[in-house]
Design a protein around this ligand. Structure first.
Ligand code: SF4
Length: 270
């Protein structure tokens, strides 16, 4: 059976059509996650997908594994509890930038520090899409949102640097335009033991694209193509050339014993 066909086993095809706005890239990421689960041939009953609140938080509606839909900014905390109770489970946490880095920032950095064996997938569209396009901790400085109508004056978090500094053992950035690398990164992130983090720079044509005059779905996809450059190329660019550019690639991939393994080994000796 092809991976594409097998991936349908991980999706609730009966729930289609998707809830998201036309041209939203959330559906591309969802399809890639299903293909990664199929590629890894994971048993559905051994996978738990935890989501928070927001447009991307609706992803669990379409996933046919175990799913838990929780409160805003607390998806990583629930996922930590699930993983600690049963380390055999493969636990994915799907969050938006508001959920992960703004409301849930503290939970995120401590899960990375503890090296909890989770796969955190952030769809980073630079605003709170579901609640009307307010600015978040990743909104680029100067951008227009419903709560920064003259341009936000706050610097944005670089989520990959935040994850690395906090201790994550796999850290990568991609976008739905870079769909083949995204697929590979997702498969690696899900398969790897330890805290894996994927920053997927995404589009919200309804709010962010419209307010910042980037355009509709096609123009936003072109924006991802033109502003996402490989890490190798990015490293050779000057500070001036890097303005409005985001590097895509793998920033960190190292081995370190995860929290549950260390914790259980310590108690086995007691
Ligand atoms: Fe996607 Fe934005 Fe619509 Fe939410 S509001 S579904 S992020 S386009």
């Amino acid at each position: 059976m092809s991976i594409m066909k097998k991936s349908h086993e991980y999706l609730r095809m009966d729930k289609l059509p998707l809830f998201w706005c036309p041209g939203c890239t959330d559906g591309i990421v969802l399809g890639s996650i299903a293909r990664s689960l199929a590629e890894l041939n994971l048993k559905k009953e051994k996978v738990v997908v935890v989501t928070g609140i927001g447009c991307w938080g609706k992803a669990d509606d379409y996933i046919a594994t175990h799913t838990v839909h929780v409160t805003h900014g607390r998806a990583v905390s629930f996922a930590t509890g699930i993983k600690s109770a049963d380390p055999e489970l493969k636990v994915l946490v799907l969050m938006g930038d508001g959920d992960c880095a703004t409301i849930g920032g503290n939970h995120f950095i401590h899960a990375a520090r503890r090296n909890i064996d989770l796969t955190a997938v952030v769809v980073n569209n630079f605003n709170y899409g579901m609640t009307g396009g307010q600015y978040s901790a990743t909104t680029p400085e100067g951008s227009l949102t419903s709560t920064s109508t003259q341009g936000t004056v706050e610097p944005a978090f670089d989520l990959c640097q935040l994850a690395i500094a906090s201790g994550a053992t796999y850290v990568a950035r991609t976008s739905p335009y870079h769909v083949l690398p995204m697929q590979k990164m997702l498969t690696r992130a899900i398969d790897k033991k330890g805290f894996s983090f994927l920053d997927i720079v995404s589009t919200c044509p309804t709010h962010y694209g419209r307010r910042n005059k980037i355009g509709g779905p096609a123009e936003m996809m072109a924006w991802l193509r033109d502003h996402g450059v490989s890490l190798e190329k990015y490293e050779k660019m000057t500070a001036e050339e890097r303005e409005d550019i985001f590097p895509v690639g793998v920033f960190e991939d190292r081995d370190q014993l995860d929290h549950s393994t260390k914790y259980r080994a310590q108690w086995a000796k007691a």
